[in-house]
Design a protein around this ligand. Structure first.
Ligand code: S3P
Length: 170
């Protein structure tokens, strides 16, 4: 794409946003931003600490502020957290300022990928139950993307390549 827009990756936890965004930014020569890392830097706390100390609503407010700040930059690949799409304001910001790519995956692959990772506050407790419930709640949350890739059966490199090919054609 010639106008130096950014690419935003959205998708449920465990769909591969972080690893794909790293590879994709290298392929396209764009800078890389991870929204959760930016939030942690701004706050000087881990995401899990923000949830535990201040609650999810406070986290969502910080997430919106950080998203708006990073979207002021151009020519970046931005990996967002799985819930960054929940607010209308965030969706509008993304669509206005970036090319939005959704990664999706089936329940089994998501569970395989997030299993054993204790850093995600929303997946504490019965993992199968939490993933099932959140997937149901968010079943249309990622539909607004310009382009979607199902990563269930694909390696990171193949996913990044498919996005890069589509991006070059924009
Ligand atoms: C969240 C996903 C997480 C992180 C936070 C909330 C969500 O990011 O932003 O724990 O609501 O789905 P990942 O999708 O990178 O795990």
């Amino acid at each position: 794409m010639s106008d130096n827009k950014s690419i935003v990756l959205i998708g449920f936890m465990g769909t591969g946003k972080t690893s794909v965004s790293l590879l994709l930014s290298g392929m396209l020569g764009l800078s890389h931003i991870d929204l959760d890392e930016e939030i942690e830097k701004r706050e000087g706390r881990r995401i899990s600490e923000i949830f535990a100390d201040s609650g999810e609503a406070a986290f969502r407010t910080i997430e919106t502020e950080t998203l708006a700040a990073v979207l002021n930059g151009r020519g970046q690949v931005i990996a967002t957290g799985g819930g960054a799409v929940l607010k209308e304001e965030n969706r509008r910001l993304m669509l206005d300022r970036a090319w939005v790519v959704a990664l999706k995956a089936d329940e089994r692959h998501i569970i395989e990928r997030v299993q054993g990772d204790i850093s995600r506050p929303l997946l504490q407790g019965d993992l199968h139950d939490r993933v099932k419930t959140l997937l149901e709640q968010r079943k249309h949350a990622y539909d607004f993307a310009h382009f979607t890739v199902d990563t269930s059966e694909l390696g990171t490199e193949e996913v990044a390549k498919r996005i890069a090919v589509k991006w070059e054609k924009q």
